[in-house]
Design a protein around this ligand. Structure first.
Ligand SMILES: [Cu+2]
Length: 268
């Protein structure tokens, strides 16, 4: 009995080690020019849509998303037509990887939740497809309304903390949904965007566990993380889809991620 237990423990440890290979944390990202639009801005909001390892600043080649849209006052508007390709070189790379840019005119007050559904990305190192449904919320003209509403994606993080106007050190609490149901015990990866405007220079992680922080949601799918630095923070809750995709004639699992981005600022 005791031996069986230790064999199981060893197996579990091996699985955990495999799952925790450093440098494998992919994040979908929507990074707007700012998290708040006021009458002092022009109102034409620039957004960057990407697929990357945020802490390591490693860009992945990204196909045009299947859907890019915005939800405002409960109404969804498709913005896929606004996407324009752009390229950026990751540190130490020779060639550009593709990401996407869009500009959206924000004219009315309220919360604007931008979201995208990417094409599934084949990741040979993990023998699966990756599909990260990604969201960010931008507040406009002082009307704080709408940020706590789900968009209705296959999986998504619904914020319980108002996701803008956050100080450095604040916590972010969110609920993970898969098919509109709370994702009990979901694993949530957290990374700092190492190209945030708030800091200059690359932040080097002293050890690989510092690259990606990991928290687990509770039975109601709720998780919390306190953000220690000014800039953009990404939260990625990972689940396995209940459907598969073919790769070279073989059915492969699909990792679906619910990703949410927030910005923090230092108190001066
Ligand atoms: Cu990658």
């Amino acid at each position: 009995m005791r031996k069986r237990f230790s064999t199981l423990a060893a197996l579990t440890a091996a699985v955990v080690i495999l799952a925790a290979v450093p440098g494998q944390a992919h994040f979908g990202a929507i990074i707007p020019a700012d998290d708040i639009v006021t009458q002092h801005h022009e109102g034409d909001l620039a957004l960057e849509i990407k697929f990357l390892h945020p802490m390591e600043m490693h860009y992945m080649e990204m196909e045009k998303p299947e859907t890019f849209g915005v939800m405002h006052k409960g109404k969804k508007t498709d913005l896929t037509e606004r996407l324009k390709p752009a390229g950026r070189k990751s540190p130490g790379q020779e060639k550009n990887d593709t990401f996407w840019k869009a500009v959206y005119p924000i004219r009315r007050p309220g919360d604007y939740t931008f979201y995208f559904e990417p094409k599934a990305y084949w990741e040979p190192a993990e023998d699966l497809f990756i599909k990260h449904y990604t969201k960010v919320c931008v507040n406009a003209y002082a009307l704080e309304q709408g940020w706590d509403q789900p968009v209705g994606l296959e999986t998504e993080i619904v914020p319980l903390t108002r996701p803008y106007g956050l100080w450095t050190g604040n916590v972010f609490t969110g609920r993970v949904l898969v098919n509109d149901q709370p994702a009990a015990n979901a694993e949530v990866e957290v990374e700092y965007l190492n190209e945030s405007a708030e800091h200059s220079g690359y932040i080097d992680a002293p050890f690989s566990p510092y690259v990606t922080q990991v928290v687990r949601a509770d039975a109601a799918g709720i998780f919390t993380y306190a953000m220690p630095k000014a800039g953009w923070w990404g939260f990625s809750a990972l689940s396995e889809a209940d459907w598969t995709l073919a790769h070279e004639g073989e059915e492969k699992n699909v990792e679906i991620g619910a990703v949410y981005w927030v910005r923090t600022r230092d108190i001066k």
